[in-house]
Design a protein around this ligand. Structure first.
Ligand SMILES: *Cc1c(COP(=O)(O)O)cnc(C)c1O
Length: 427
């Protein structure tokens, strides 16, 4: 069981909502820091470890800076994400760019920053050489194909567009060596939101065995191995969070059994976790606006799937609580929905919840409805379809204060790219 908590009570939330109207994202700084310290401590079994936070999970420089102060780097996949890392003061090889179908100017920008460039295909060696020049250190992304089972979000590796096949890797490292590259790394990312510890350990073992094969067949000694992201979080209360210690210890056992005898110790271990770093410590805070009773009973929120699209996109479960009614009996069955003109705009379907009071029924603004585990791949996946303006982001700081780290979008933002003579922006 995982406990679904929210760091503020209803009165504190009322206070905050007076200044920052709902909907908004709220992140818990203290909980994020404590979490990354637990990760760091578990992974201290390795001679060298670093997580590159997957910027796409929560692309806010305030958060990136917070993480950087704890020794975490940035995993970027685009030019704007490189700029975000730079804004947060993350430098050089503390940035890794794992991109695909990458335009030349992104490689150039990454090279200029001294970031670790992770190539997605064997043809990109020449592309990188021609466009940006080969850096000292080059990493390759491995796609194990049918050797590894994927999962629901990421699909089967052999159907995934990413990475090199095994033979291509061997050829690729040899080509790099001939071109004068001195430092080498290996990466894979085969799962997403995976809660099985043995799965992650097996992936590491597979990469360690590959590192030995690379050494034996090409003479290339890898400097580090990036095990990717994809560590899951318990979205459902009945699921269990991954325990970092047994995970790190299981990977260390494979390290000792495979890498050490091959003379590959010390080997740098890297990860690019996003979800597990911030996911459980962010909430989408909304208010119930309307109640509707037709064939089913609906609660309409002031947020919609433009603010959080995981439920609509993957049918993902996000736990929902009503502050002030944490212990109230779950007497109602609702579909909790947003305002988009799409019938999949539902945060929850046929969910048992306490009786919710809406703004329409109340003189005090109606109940807050808190959507849990929204701290990663939440606000970042938002969009503007239907003219929806994405909500802002707040952080609950260690001292208990709450500050806004991204304001909500305005119509000016929505119209900012309209560059039509004679059409002017409205405010
Ligand atoms: C999305 C992604 C990650 C982060 O995944 P999480 O599930 O958030 O840990 C890491 N690496 C790559 C290449 C990705 O595409």
């Amino acid at each position: 069981m995982s406990k679904k908590s929210f760091p503020l009570d209803k009165a504190a939330l009322e206070e905050i909502a007076r200044k920052y109207p709902t909907p908004f994202y709220l992140y818990d700084e203290k909980a994020i820091i404590e979490n990354v310290r637990r990760i760091k401590s578990a992974y201290s079994v390795f001679p060298s470890y670093k997580n590159y936070f997957a910027v796409k999970a929560l692309p806010n420089p305030y958060i990136l800076k917070l993480l950087a102060a704890e020794g975490i780097g940035a995993d970027c996949s685009s030019y704007p994400e490189l700029l975000l890392a730079e804004m947060a003061g993350i430098k050089g090889e503390d940035i890794m760019i794992t991109s695909n179908e990458t335009p030349a100017r992104e490689y150039s920008a990454a090279k200029k920053l001294g970031a670790v460039i992770n190539l997605d295909d064997i043809t990109h060696i020449e592309f990188l050489e021609k466009t940006a020049g080969l850096p000292d250190l080059v990493s390759f992304r491995y796609n194990p194909g049918p050797l590894k089972e994927g999962n629901a979000i990421i699909g089967k590796p052999e159907e995934a567009k990413y990475g090199f096949m095994r033979e291509q890797l061997l050829k690729g490292y040899t080509a790099l060596k001939e071109k004068g590259v001195k430092r080498f790394a290996l990466h894979t990312m085969v799962a997403s939101n995976e809660l099985s510890v043995p799965y992650h350990i097996e992936t590491a073992r597979m990469l360690f065995e590959l590192a030995v094969e690379i050494l034996n067949k090409t003479g290339v000694r890898l400097e580090f191995i990036n095990l990717g992201g994809g560590v899951g979080i318990p979205y459902k209360p009945e699921q269990e969070a991954i325990d970092y210690e047994p995970l790190a210890e299981g990977i260390k056992k494979a390290y000792d059994e495979v890498l050490k005898p091959a003379g590959l110790d010390p080997m740098g271990i890297r990860t690019e976790w996003g979800r597990v770093v911030t996911g459980p410590y962010g909430w989408l805070v909304t208010r119930a606006v309307h109640k509707k009773e037709i064939y089913r009973n609906y609660i309409g929120l002031d947020a919609c799937m433009a603010d959080l699209m995981r439920p609509a996109c993957y049918g993902a479960y996000h736990h929902i609580t009503v502050p002030g009614k944490e212990n109230a009996p779950l007497t109602e069955t609702y579909d909790v929905v947003g305002s988009l003109c799409e019938n999949n705009d539902k945060f929850a379907i046929q969910r048992q919840l306490p009786k919710i009071e809406t703004a329409a029924e109340s003189s005090t603004g109606g109940d807050f409805v808190v959507i849990h585990d929204a701290g990663a791949h939440g606000r970042a996946m938002g969009f503007n379809y239907n003219g929806k303006l994405r909500c802002g982001e707040l952080i609950l700081r260690k001292d208990g204060s709450v500050v806004q780290i991204r304001r909500p979008e305005t119509t000016d933002d929505y119209f900012a790219t309209l560059d039509i003579p004679g059409v002017k922006n409205f405010s």
